[in-house]
Design a protein around this ligand. Structure first.
Ligand SMILES: NC(=O)c1ccc[n+]([C@@H]2O[C@H](COP(=O)([O-])OP(=O)(O)OC[C@H]3O[C@@H](n4cnc5c(N)ncnc54)[C@H](O)[C@@H]3O)[C@@H](O)[C@H]2O)c1
Length: 443
């Protein structure tokens, strides 16, 4: 099939679409394309996930408006089916790759899933198939990793198949809404391939679709997340400065942001998730042997230090209350990396818990969205010596502070996300410590 034939199949929605990796990114895109009228085949290595999806059940536990319904509808209408078998992709005209792309301990890309997907795919792609990598990858990965693996069995890009990169921009909690409303970069090995990609995404994206080459698509995606990480690091460092100088970060932020062109982000107990903690390293990976990286690693270090800072605040608060940390019972509220999500990847709470336990504390974890920690909060609090709020889940925002206080043995509240009002917490009898709130601001 020629590219123009493929493009017209895409425009008429008669193209069959494959999606490899049915996680936070792949599942919503598979559902969106199915609901736009395409026949979609989803492939995942996790058999239980595949079985759940085929029953029309959403495997994502976090609040994802519309996804559960869209998935059930797509499966019911037989527009979406999932499989563990790559051979089923032999009938696909377009194949999206949405597998995880973490970094290892040395901050180098770890492409085990990506390489496996490409190797399996190389065995089944037909002449004229369009392959699009949606996973976030380091600049140069399309050329150095994806293309050689897909060409490994002799088929050539732009002759036997077509290849592009269109990194996803979604965020848990708004997966479908982001997918629909955020612009995308359609990077490819030819402008005709970019045009076919734009034709595909036009069915599900109501925003700009910009044609580019692969390296630009890779750079843009990793740069946008590195940009966010650096900006969060600035906010976190400013919060630390406020703590020791006696200001209140929230008030300082509000007033700084009145200055034109300033937009200081919120400070907090750390940065987690699958993307922001690793995408800056992916951006740096392509160039770190050639130029000295200073800002990106420094920002990562600031953000990674925040859980330890919260642990230190907790330890000092316990000491001030005369509680030895080795006898303390500390309740951590929130284990997901993001509010109202079940995603615990690179959770700042994990780093906090490890530190508190290393100091000898007993730690009880509660999270209303993470199945493992979805227990009764009030029971968790009984005989507690400190609460540490790590996630601004909506379930926490409406809690009555007086009820929280009643259950505790020692009324210490460390607020890593500034969920609670300091005055109200103190009126309820708490020793309250909010991130970014200095001694003078405490009053
Ligand atoms: N999570 C986000 O908010 C987000 C946002 C934008 C971009 N991204 C990027 O999208 C990509 C996917 O992230 P995610 O959060 O969806 O990850 P995920 O872990 O939720 O999903 C990946 C899925 O791929 C499956 N998988 C792994 N290897 C496979 C293989 N060889 N064949 C078939 N399936 C395989 C896994 O079982 C899993 O279900 C990453 O590159 C990530 O950086 C993620």
């Amino acid at each position: 099939m020629s590219l123009s034939e493929l493009q017209s199949k895409i425009e008429q929605r008669t193209a069959i679409v494959g999606v490899i990796g049915l996680g936070y990114v792949g599942l919503p895109v598979a559902c969106a394309l199915a609901s736009a009228g395409f026949q979609v085949i989803g492939v995942d290595v996790k058999a239980e996930r595949v079985a759940l999806i085929n029953q029309g059940c959403n495997p994502i536990d976090g609040a994802e408006p519309g996804l559960t319904e869209l998935l059930a509808k797509s499966v019911d209408a037989r527009r979406l089916c999932a499989t563990v078998n790559y051979n089923d992709l032999a009938q696909a005209d377009v194949i999206l790759i949405d597998v995880e792309t973490p970094v290892d301990e040395t901050h180098s890309p770890q492409y085990i899933a990506l390489a496996h997907a490409c190797q399996k795919l190389a065995q089944v792609i037909r002449k004229g198939t369009l392959v699009i990598v949606e996973s976030t990858i380091a600049p140069g990965t399309m050329q150095d990793v994806v293309r050689p693996l897909l060409e490994g069995l002799g088929k050539k890009v732009n002759i036997d198949f077509f290849l592009g990169a269109c990194p996803e921009r979604v965020m848990p909690g708004k997966l479908l809404a982001n997918l629909h409303s955020m612009s995308r970069v359609c990077g490819a090995y030819s402008s005709e391939t970019s045009a076919a990609m734009i034709a595909l995404y036009r069915h599900i994206v109501a925003a700009d679709l910009d044609a580019a080459d692969c390296i630009t698509a890779e750079l843009v995606k990793t740069a946008e997340n590195a940009y966010r990480d650096v900006n969060i690091a600035f906010a976190n460092e400013l919060a630390l400065i406020c703590e020791v100088t006696g200001g209140d970060f929230l008030r300082v932020r509000e007033l700084v942001n009145k200055s034109p062109g300033r937009n200081v982000l919120f400070a907090g107990a750390g940065v987690g998730g699958h993307c922001i903690p690793k995408d800056p390293w992916l951006l740096a990976a392509g160039a770190r042997d050639k130029i000295a990286m200073r800002l990106i690693p420094a920002a990562r270090a600031v953000n990674d230090s925040m859980p330890l800072h919260i642990a230190t605040l907790t330890r000092h608060a316990l000491e001030s209350a005369g509680v030895d940390i080795t006898t303390a019972r500390i309740v951590v509220m929130g284990y997901a990396y993001l509010e109202n999500s079940d995603d615990t990847r690179n959770s700042p709470s994990a780093a906090l818990v490890t530190q508190l336990q290393a100091w000898g504390a007993t730690v009880i974890i509660h999270d209303p969205w993470v199945p493992e920690y979805k227990t009764d909060l009030m029971q968790c609090l009984n005989d507690g010596d400190a609460i540490v709020v790590m996630v601004a889940h909506r379930d926490y925002k409406t809690i009555d502070l007086a009820v929280l206080r009643e259950h505790l043995r020692t009324p210490i509240l460390i607020d890593g996300r500034r969920v609670f009002d300091a005055q109200l917490a103190r009126s309820a009898g708490f020793s309250y410590f909010g991130v970014g709130q200095g001694k003078v601001a405490e009053g």
